[in-house]
Design a binder for this molecule. Structure first.
Ligand SMILES: [Zn+2]
Length: 116
C-alpha cells in the first residue's frame, strides 16, 4: 500500500520524479536500468549508407532501444518517406535517402537530431 512505510527507512518514492504521477500510471520512457530517458535526452544520428548494388538506406541510430518505441517510430518514418524500412540491431533503416524527412519526423517526436 503506498505510503504505508512513510517516514520509516522503508519509505519509497511512490510518484514518478518526472511526471509526478503514481508509479503505476507513469508512462515515462525508461532505459534498461529503469532510469527515465525522455526523447529530448536522446540524440538520433542520421546518415546515409550505401549498400552493395548501389542501393542507399537512411540510418537513424543512437536512440535507446528500451526507452524508445522504435517500431512505432519506424512506422511513422515509413509513412512519411513512403518507403520500406526495418528496425535492426537497435537502429532504424529506411530505404532511400530520406535524411531530411527522417530528421524532421524524429525532431517532431521530441528527439535531438544530428544529420550527417
Ligand atoms: Zn513518469
Amino acid at each position: 500500500m503506498p505510503g504505508l512505510f512513510d517516514g520509516t527507512r522503508f519509505q519509497r518514492p511512490v510518484t514518478c520524479e518526472v511526471c509526478e504521477k503514481p508509479m503505476a500510471e507513469c508512462q515515462c520512457p525508461r532505459d534498461a536500468s529503469g532510469t527515465v530517458l525522455l526523447p529530448n535526452q536522446q540524440t538520433a544520428v542520421i546518415r546515409m549508407e550505401k549498400r552493395p548494388g548501389g542501393k542507399v538506406v537512411t540510418v537513424a541510430e543512437g536512440l535507446d532501444p528500451k526507452a524508445s518505441d522504435m517500431e512505432g517510430l519506424l512506422k511513422k518514418l515509413k509513412v512519411r518517406c513512403a518507403a520500406g524500412g526495418t528496425v535492426e540491431k537497435g537502429r532504424m533503416e529506411v530505404q532511400g535517402d530520406h535524411r531530411q524527412v527522417v530528421g524532421e519526423v524524429l525532431r517532431g517526436e521530441g528527439y535531438r537530431v544530428k544529420v550527417r
